[in-house]
Design a protein around this ligand. Structure first.
Ligand SMILES: O=C(O)CC[C@@H](O)C(=O)O
Ligand SMILES: [Zn+2]
Length: 467
C-alpha cells in the first residue's frame, strides 16, 4: 500500500462507531508523536492515529495484519529507551483521546482507566476519593498509564510499593492477532494457569495494545517525613539503609552525588539542605505516624552520626519542607538535560551497589578523566542512574563515539555482577544490542517465542526489545 492509501484507509477506520477517532499527518504532529524523550532517532511515521475505543484499536490491528503495516503504540512519550519511537514509516497509535476514568469501586479499591489516563490524573482521582495511587515518578504529569504498564514503570516509591505491575487488577488488551482479551477480570485471587496480564506488563507494546487497566489503590500515607543525609562515603549508604530499615518501613530511599546536587542548585529555586559538603546524599522518607516513631527515627539518625556514616542531616518539619527536599532529587534529570547527557539505567542486588558503582566510576574515569559522571537513583532498589556530561569543548560525535565504549564497559560489569542493563526504562531500541548481558540466549529464544504467539506477523512495535 502507498502512504496515501494507508492514510485513506485509516481515516475510514477512525470514522467507525459513535465516537470518531482522528488521523494526523501534519509534519509537526509526525515529529511530536514519532519520538520520545530519547531524541536520538529521527521520527518518520506515516501517520498518527488517535483511536477513541477498543473497537477502533481492534480494527487497526486487523487492518495492519491484512496489509502488513507496522503499528507503534505511543503513550506520554516520556520514555528514555526509544520504545515508542517510529523511525521507519510506521503508523503511531496514540492514546491521548482514550483518557477517561471509567469506573471506581470503593469496596474493591479499584479504578478502571483507559490507557491514555495520565499518571497524575489517576493520583488525583485516588486522592479525591480518600485513597492513594503510590507509583510515582518525575514524569507523572505527562506519562500515561498504558505506557507505564508497558514499561512496568517503577519510580521513587518502589522500596515500599513495588512497580506498576503490582497495582494491576485487570487489563483489556488487543493482541497482535487482533483478539480482544479481558485479563484477570480484576480478581484478587485467580489461579487458573498462566497469568497473561503479566506478559503484557513490561512488554513495551510488542505483544499488542493495552486499551484499559483496572488499577488497585491503597490507603493514603500518613505524615510523610523526609530526611536528607550527607554520607561519609558510598559504603555508608548501605549502613544507613540497614539501620533505618531495621526499625522503620521506608517509603523511599534515594541517593544522589554531590555533583548531581550541584547541578540542581545551579538550576535555581532549590536550596542546599545544609552547609556540610558530602560526597553522596541519601533521601529517606517514612510515615511519622506518632511521636514514638519520630523519636525512633531521630535515634536511628544519631546512631548513624555516631558511627561516622552520616556527616550532617535535615528532617522536614512540614509537608512543604518535605516537598522542597524532594526537589533535590526530582530536579536532577531536568537540570542536566541541556548538556545532552549519556544516560544509563542499571541495577544489581542492593547489597552489591557500592562495589558496582565504584568499578564503573573507575573504568570511566581511567579512560576519560574529563567526563563528568553524575550518579543518582533508587539506591534502595539497587537501581542506579548513570549520566555522563559531555565536556564543553568536545564535539558531539566524538562524545557519542566514546560513550559507545562506555556502554560496553558498563554492561560487562553489569554482567559480572549479574545485574540488569535496564532497571526501569526498558529495552526499546537503545538497549536491544545489549540484552544478552542480562538475559541468556535460551531466555531470549523464549521471549521470541512469546512474541510469535501474540504477534505472528510482527506488526506490533517491530524492532523493539529485539529484532
Ligand atoms: O534521567 C535519568 O537518568 C533518570 C530519570 C528517572 O528515572 C529518575 O529516576 O529521575
Ligand atoms: Zn528512575
Amino acid at each position: 500500500m502507498t502512504p496515501e492509501q494507508i492514510i485513506a484507509a485509516l481515516k475510514q477506520l477512525m470514522a467507525e462507531g459513535d465516537a470518531p477517532g482522528k488521523v494526523l499527518t501534519d509534519p509537526s504532529d509526525l515529529a511530536t508523536y514519532g519520538t520520545d524523550w530519547t531524541r536520538i532517532y529521527t521520527p518518520n511515521p506515516v501517520a498518527i492515529v488517535l483511536p477513541k475505543t477498543t473497537e477502533h484499536v481492534q480494527s487497526l490491528v486487523q487492518f495492519a495484519n491484512q496489509n502488513n503495516v507496522a503499528l507503534v503504540p505511543s503513550g506520554g512519550r516520556t520514555g528514555l529507551s526509544a520504545g515508542a519511537v517510529a523511525a521507519n514509516g510506521e503508523v503511531v497509535v496514540a492514546f491521548d483521546n482514550m483518557n477517561q476514568i471509567l469506573d471506581f469501586n470503593a469496596s474493591d479499591r479499584t479504578v478502571r482507566c483507559q490507557a491514555g489516563v495520565i499518571t497524575e490524573q489517576l493520583q488525583n482521582f485516588a486522592e479525591k476519593n480518600g485513597l492513594y495511587y503510590p507509583v510515582d515518578f518525575a514524569s507523572a504529569g505527562s506519562s500515561q498509564l498504558g505506557g507505564n504498564l508497558s514499561t512496568n514503570a517503577g519510580g521513587i516509591k518502589v522500596i515500599r510499593y513495588g512497580m506498576s505491575r503490582d497495582w494491576v487488577a485487570g487489563l483489556k488488551v488487543v493482541t497482535g492477532k487482533g483478539d480482544v482479551l479481558d485479563l484477570n477480570k480484576d480478581l484478587e485471587k485467580n489461579n487458573t494457569g498462566y497469568d497473561l496480564r503479566h506478559l503484557f506488563i513490561g512488554a513495551e507494546g510488542t505483544l499488542g495494545f493495552i486499551t484499559e487497566a483496572t488499577m488497585k489503590l491503597s490507603r493514603q500515607p500518613d505524615n510523610l517525613t523526609v530526611f536528607v543525609l550527607g554520607l561519609n562515603d558510598l559504603g555508608s549508604t548501605m549502613d544507613v539503609l540497614n539501620t533505618f530499615r531495621s526499625k522503620l518501613d521506608l517509603t523511599a530511599y534515594e541517593f544522589f552525588s554531590h555533583q548531581a546536587m550541584n547541578h540542581v542548585l545551579a538550576h535555581g529555586q532549590v536550596k542546599a539542605p545544609f552547609d556540610t559538603e558530602a560526597p553522596y546524599y541519601a533521601l529517606l522518607e517514612f510515615e511519622a505516624v506518632s511521636e514514638q516513631v519520630m523519636e525512633q527515627a531521630m535515634e536511628l539518625f544519631e546512631r548513624c552520626m555516631e558511627n561516622g556514616w552520616v556527616l550532617d542531616g535535615v528532617i522536614s518539619q512540614s509537608e512543604t519542607q518535605a516537598q522542597s527536599l524532594w526537589l533535590l532529587r526530582e530536579r536532577i534529570s531536568e537540570s542536566i538535560a541541556p548538556r545532552i547527557p549519556y544516560k544509563n539505567d542499571i541495577s544489581v542486588v542492593v547489597s552489591r551497589v557500592p562495589g558496582f558503582l565504584e568499578e564503573i566510576n573507575q573504568v570511566v574515569s581511567d579512560h576519560y578523566p574529563d567526563f563528568e559522571i553524575i550518579w543518582f537513583g533508587h539506591i534502595g532498589d539497587g537501581n542506579l542512574h548513570l549520566n555522563i556530561l559531555k565536556p564543553e569543548d568536545m564535539a558531539k560525535e566524538d562524545f557519542f563515539e566514546k560513550c559507545q565504549k562506555v556502554n560496553k564497559w558498563v554492561f560487562e560489569i553489569v554482567e559480572r555482577y549479574q545485574g540488569s542493563v535496564s532497571a526501569e526504562h526498558g529495552v526499546g531500541m537503545t538497549k536491544k544490542a545489549y540484552l544478552q548481558y542480562t538475559r541468556s540466549e535460551a531466555e531470549i529464544a523464549y521471549l521470541r517465542g512469546i512474541k510469535q504467539v501474540f504477534d505472528p506477523n510482527g506488526i506490533i512495535n517491530p524492532g523493539k526489545i529485539f529484532d
